[in-house]
Write a protein that binds this ligand. Structure first.
Ligand SMILES: C[S@@+](CC[C@H](N)C(=O)[O-])C[C@H]1O[C@@H](n2cnc3c(N)ncnc32)[C@H](O)[C@@H]1O
Length: 700
């Protein structure tokens, strides 16, 4: 050991601290260490959740929730717990039940401590304030000794060794957000030169910030550098919630301006003052749950809670069906992929009454990247509420009513008859790749399609399963399926899309699979007979037709009980639009075939870049062109600006890349739908009903 120390001392003595190269090496080593530390911090949320809670107070403004939700005595409410103070705030209104869940057990331990204290018959208002307003550890310990036996075993075990220390150090310093507020924020303020103390002495005045606006600018500059990589995990912001705007100084300056220049900051913004003042100074600027006038109601309603250590979906699957009337989902859907959001909403629909009010927040102002949201008629409350929200953590505030008709249930597994042996798959793949070399010369578009697909028809479904990956994403935007729904699948081929909805086929009045290639339709019809019931098959028409046929409307009318005004509720194009030469006309045809509440969905290949002009774009275009597939950036623009203009339709575009044999391939899902709204009973209606038509019907 001594030898080792000698060696180390010798090595240290030999370092030339005057030399610039020494400092260069130290600099590189330091930067590398910092880089790894920052990289590791992205897994930090998990580390934190395994040890403690993140939020010691909720970071949403309950005043906004109350204005939007209007809670009453009949409500059964669901909310993600977080620090639990907002659900307690809801309880003041006396709803019949509040169910909460959280994936971080420690958030629930914090909530449990509060609720068990409230349920202690001896708890006085003064004790409640001393503990949660002033973090008085002596009072906390006195009450704890009185009620600790009412805690769950796990909750008691967690708090026993910590409760005294947490309240002694200051409850505001607890959890990872408290830790960040205690150590990182003062350091950041020092670096930025933001004199919090001087500002506090002016009573957090508006004038002080206006005069010292450079501090806001400097803070924004530093936040841009530090938030995405270092601070985010402490605030519970995961990497997938960090959008491109988090890498701009303007984003932070905008938020800071909104918070700090609010003239009422000093009087009402108890959220940020809680961290600076290490609790709440007095009862004029604190949560409603700590105000004397609400204490009796809070205690009287403390019995209305049920809590689950589970995900939202798991909680929904546990509770009694059709229970909830109002739900608050916070921002957790930002963290999830489309398929997970979709599955969760299917569970939410099962657990809620039709028309249940659902409020959520987001770090983003748009949710177009998740096609599922097209099933919902969403009120974007952000412009109205962001300015009034005192926390300003979430630029997006959204409200929706749960539709009465079932949300699509997308089953991604192919039916057994769509699978194929390895040999069949190899044969089909070889035919697909060699087609440009082996194809004979045919001119008509229909003949070209048959020449390409006839020999691949049997193995088509199995081979295309991993290639046409935007199909389930498109089906996710299908729209609520009412009894008597009608669906036209344009270029539907083997009817693969029908199998995604196999659980709900009984709801349809008619499904038309239209394709120009008879060989694919024949396989589709055979697969349907093997997979679906007889009565389901009777409601499916396999129509060999060109979507651009001049009389397409009258040719399809017999499939809609000869009612030319009926139209289709959902029209899909999955990877067919790029194969139709007159694709703009095909879109116009589809538009003319939509019902009054219809939607057109397109899933297809996309370009890598917005403009489609990169080398990769050129290569993918050339490769797919051999098989008659057209990939152009302008397709998106034509759909969204020309055929389905935003002034008349609700349009969303999701773009994503997925790997195929190690190569990223770009795909898109476009949804164009008639504007609708969901009433508080869950029934969906057209936003602008055509009153002239209604008049005509009456006179008939
Ligand atoms: C890549 S396949 C997609 C098939 C199916 N939608 C799927 O997702 O598996 C393209 C389909 O579009 C069909 N198609 C091409 N042009 C068409 C047209 N003008 N009218 C109807 N169908 C057409 C082809 O026959 C082919 O079945």
């Amino acid at each position: 050991m001594d030898q080792l120390m000698d060696l180390a001392n010798e090595a240290y003595a030999s370092i030339d601290f005057e030399s610039p190269s020494t400092w260069a090496v130290v600099g590189v080593a330091g930067a590398t260490a910092l880089f790894y530390l920052i990289k590791r911090s992205f897994n930090m949320i998990e580390h934190i959740c395994n040890r403690t809670y993140i939020y010691n107070i909720c970071w949403e403004d309950p005043a906004v929730d109350h204005e939007i939700l209007k809670i009453d005595k009949n409500d059964v409410i669901f909310r993600i717990c977080s620090a639990g103070d907002i659900v307690l705030d809801y309880a003041i209104e006396g709803p019949s039940k509040i169910v909460i869940c959280d994936m971080n057990q420690h958030q629930l331990y914090l909530f449990e401590l509060k609720i068990r204290m409230l349920r202690d018959p001896k708890l006085t208002y003064q004790e409640w304030w001393d503990i949660w307003g002033s973090s008085d550890h002596e009072v906390a310990m006195k009450v704890w000794q009185r009620m600790r036996h009412t805690m769950s075993g796990e909750g008691r075990q967690w708090w026993d060794p910590r409760i005294e220390r947490i309240f002694k150090t200051g409850f505001a310093n607890s959890g990872s957000s408290g830790l960040a507020a205690r150590f990182l924020v003062p350091w950041l303020m020092y670096v930025v030169g933001f004199n919090l103390k001087a500002w506090a002495e002016t009573g957090f005045s508006h004038e002080y910030i206006t005069k010292n606006y450079h501090m806001v600018e400097r803070s924004a500059w530093w936040m841009r550098r530090l938030f995405p990589s270092i601070l985010a995990p402490f605030a519970g912001v995961p990497p997938n919630q960090i959008g491109p705007e988090f890498y701009t100084t303007e984003f932070y300056e905008g938020i800071l301006r909104e918070i700090l220049l609010d003239p009422d900051f000093g009087a009402h913004n108890y959220f940020y003052r809680f961290y600076y003042e290490k609790g709440y100074k007095d009862q004029t600027c604190c949560p409603r749950t700590l105000k004397k006038e609400h204490f009796d109601a809070l205690k009287a309603n403390a019995g209305c809670f049920e809590w689950h250590h589970a995900t939202v979906q798991a909680t929904m699957e546990r509770v009694k069906p059709h229970s909830f009337t109002k739900l608050v989902l916070l921002d957790h859907m930002d963290w999830m992929p489309n398929s997970m959001v979709h599955d969760e909403w299917v569970a939410l629909q099962r657990a809620t009454v039709p028309g249940a009010k659902i409020l959520w927040r987001s770090a983003f102002t748009k949710m177009d990247d998740k096609p599922f949201f097209n099933n919902l008629d969403i009120d974007d409350m952000s412009p109205q509420w962001y300015a009034k929200d005192r926390v300003k953590m979430y630029p997006g505030t959204f409200l929706s009513y749960m539709p009465k008709d079932p949300l699509p249930f997308v089953d991604p597994a192919p039916s057994p008859c769509q699978r194929a042996s390895f040999v069949r798959k190899m044969k089909t793949t070889t035919k697909m790749i060699l087609h440009p070399l082996t194809a004979g010369k045919v001119n008509a578009h229909g003949d070209k399609m048959s020449a390409f697909y006839a020999s691949q028809a049997k193995g088509y479904d199995a081979v295309r399963e991993n290639m046409l990956v935007a199909r389930p994403e498109m089906m996710s935007a299908f729209g609520p399926i009412k009894h008597g729904h009608t669906w036209l699948d344009v270029g539907g081929g083997t009817g693969r899309n029908l199998h995604y909805l196999r659980a709900q086929l009984d709801l349809f009045e008619r499904i038309v699979v239209l394709d120009i290639c008879p060989e694919l339709l024949a396989i589709g019809e055979e697969n349907a007979r093997l997979s679906f019931t007889k009565s389901q098959c009777e409601r499916i028409s396999w129509v060999c037709l060109d979507i651009n046929a001049p009389n397409v409307r009258s040719l399809l009318a017999p499939h809609l009980r000869n009612d030319l005004t009926r139209g289709f509720d959902t029209i899909t194009f999955s990877y067919s639009l790029s194969m139709i030469p007159k694709w703009e006309e095909a879109l116009e045809s589809a538009k003319s075939l939509m019902s009054g509440e219809g939607r057109v969905l397109v899933a297809d290949f996309d370009t890598y870049t917005e403009e489609g002009k990169s080398l990769k774009d050129f290569m993918i275009r050339a490769w797919y062109k051999q098989d008659g597939v057209r990939i152009e950036a302008k397709t998106r623009g034509v759909i969204t600006n020309k055929v389905f203009s935003a002034s008349k339709y609700q349009v969303s575009v999701a773009r994503f890349q997925k790997k195929l044999l190690g190569v990223s391939i770009p795909h898109m899902v476009v949804c164009c739908r008639e504007p609708m709204f969901t009433t508080p009973t869950g029934i969906r209606r057209q936003s602008h009903p055509d009153l002239t038509q209604m008049e005509e019907k009456k006179t008939d």
